[in-house]
Design a protein around this ligand. Structure first.
Ligand code: CUA
Length: 311
């Protein structure tokens, strides 16, 4: 149902008009200039004009090539301004949602205890997104709504929109923010207001409260951006069947087989580059020494243990 040309928000139409206007002008000029070049090449070739002519200026021509482009760029400015100005004027009744960007995931905080991995918004209501980064520069882009804004640490950026189409739309990070930048994705889901209110009031959504405190820590640190739960290879080894698994690691210059036990899991989080699982690259994971406490490490190990035992 989602197409490239969905105008999913109240702001989309004006953005499209500016784009189409500039595109059409560019198209006409590309054709026109190319045709003129070919004409001049033939018409003024040396074969047809044996004696070169000298001339200084042509007032009519100079006025024309100044005034016409001026009118065209002023029209481009007009369409751009008409699309842009409303984007920075947030209606007073807009519902605020705090967007937290971090390497490499999005989180949407509704301020009532509801924190979601998806941006769920009510149909036809004004929504203001307050953009917060916990680490580096990111950029929030919702193509269907034609909104895109940088998410910068220490700077309170924002955007707003009114969704005018129900459905599920893609959210991208569109500022290169490190290795898993291209995995920094989410969904914007537009539902009617009854459904939205029900969703907002329900604080026990699976995404919100994982069934294990260790898994909650794993999710909160966005480990799952690089480590899958289903056995597939992303950037690091999968978490599936991790605990107790025998694996070959490259340490220093040699290889050795180790068991993925408590100690190994903790060491891999604190000092990820000492032993690299064979087939993976060194230097892609940074130490979580300052981000995950000893107590939390125990919970993570406990989670991996329970995940294997459940099978
Ligand atoms: Cu975050 Cu790219």
């Amino acid at each position: 149902m989602e197409t490239l040309f969905n105008e999913g928000s109240n702001l989309a139409g004006a953005v499209d008009r500016a784009f189409i206007f500039i595109f059409a002008i560019s198209f006409i000029f590309t054709i026109g200039i190319t045709a003129l070049m070919i004409y001049i090449l033939i018409h003024f070739s040396r074969k047809r004009n044996k004696n070169p002519q000298q001339f200084s200026h042509n007032t009519k021509l100079e006025v024309a090539w100044t005034i016409i482009p001026l009118i065209i760029v002023m029209m481009m400015f007009y369409y751009g301004w008409v699309g842009f100005a409303p984007m920075r004027k947030v209606p007073a009744n807009a519902m605020p949602v705090t967007v937290i960007g971090k390497m490499w995931s999005w989180e949407f905080d509704y301020g009532n205890g509801k924190v979601s991995k998806e941006l769920v918004v009510p149909f036809n209501r004004n929504v203001k997104l307050n953009l917060v980064s916990l680490d580096v520069n990111h950029s929030l882009f919702i193509p269907a709504f034609r909104v895109k804004e940088d998410v910068i640490p220490g700077y309170n950026n924002y955007l707003w929109f009114r969704p005018i189409m129900k459905g599920t739309f893609d959210i991208y990070c569109t500022e290169y923010c490190g290795l898993a930048h291209s995995n920094m994705l989410a969904k914007a889901i537009v539902v009617d207001s009854l459904e939205f209110n029900k969703w907002l009031a329900d604080l026990k959504v699976a995404d919100n409260l994982p069934d294990h405190p260790g898994l909650a820590i794993v999710k909160a640190n966005a480990c799952l951006t690089c480590h899958s739960m289903d056995g597939s290879k992303i950037i690091g080894p999968s978490f599936k069947g991790l605990y107790g698994r025998k694996t070959v690691v490259v340490a220093g210059t040699g290889e050795k087989e180790i068991e993925e036990n408590d100690e190994y899991i903790k060491r891999s989080i604190i000092d990820p580059n000492i032993e690299i699982v064979k087939g993976f690259n060194q230097g892609l994971m940074l130490s979580y020494k300052d981000k995950i406490s000893a107590e939390e490490l125990d919970k993570i190990v406990d989670y991996f243990k329970s995940a294997v035992e459940k099978k």
